[in-house]
Design a protein around this ligand. Structure first.
Ligand code: HEC
Length: 167
């Protein structure tokens, strides 16, 4: 709660994800990856490994259910530049670079489903940071990494501008 907010709203820290309304399966899966050290990006190691280490499998399920049941997060700040370019990437992908449409996995309104995380209303800074981690191989995931590898910094910022503004 200190970092993510009581209902996962996190109005304070740009690099900390909002968790309210996040997919329950995704949340539990990430906590297990922090616990087993398979999600090993720098922020995961510093902030989440010690937390997840101390959690039982049952506590992981309970906290995942709690945050998933909270109202979805959304941003109050005014739109950033790049929203329309980002929307196009999310809905259509970038054919010339072999980037698939993000919505194919994250769902058309970026609500996510199952292991595919909700991205709508997520913090801009967190989205850019995670795409960079995935792009550089600091966060390892066989499904998402090949997508992030093909994005330029500018495209990451555009898609983050679009997603962080969604309700
Ligand atoms: C083929 C399915 C697929 C496609 C297409 C896809 N993603 Fe993902 N994405 C995933 C999965 C699975 C994860 C969870 C990765 C993990 O656990 O490390 C993920 C994770 C993410 C995350 C990290 C979210 C978090 O809460 O930490 C971001 C940001 C993201 N995707 C953005 C995008 C964007 C932007 C696109 C389009 C350019 C895209 N994704 C396309 C499957 C996909």
């Amino acid at each position: 709660m200190i970092c993510h907010g009581q209902t996962g709203e996190n109005t304070i820290y740009p690099m900390v994800p909002r968790l309210g309304g996040q997919q329950v399966q995704y949340l539990a899966w990430q906590l297990k990856q922090f616990k087993s050290h398979t999600r090993a990006d720098p922020n995961a190691q510093i902030y989440m490994w010690p937390v997840a280490q101390a959690m039982t499998q049952q506590e992981i399920q309970l906290v995942a259910k709690y945050y998933a049941a909270q109202s979805p997060m959304h941003s109050a700040s005014s739109p950033r530049p790049g929203v329309s370019a980002g929307k196009q990437i999310f809905l259509q992908g970038i054919a010339a670079q072999g980037v698939p449409a993000c919505m194919a996995c994250h769902a058309v309104n970026a609500t996510g489903r199952g292991i595919f995380p909700r991205l709508a209303g997520q913090r801009y800074g967190y989205i850019v940071q995670q795409l960079t981690y995935l792009h550089d191989g600091n966060r390892v995931n066989p499904i998402m990494q090949p997508v992030a590898e093909k994005l330029t910094n500018r495209q990451m910022q555009d898609v983050a501008a679009y997603l962080s503004g969604l309700h």
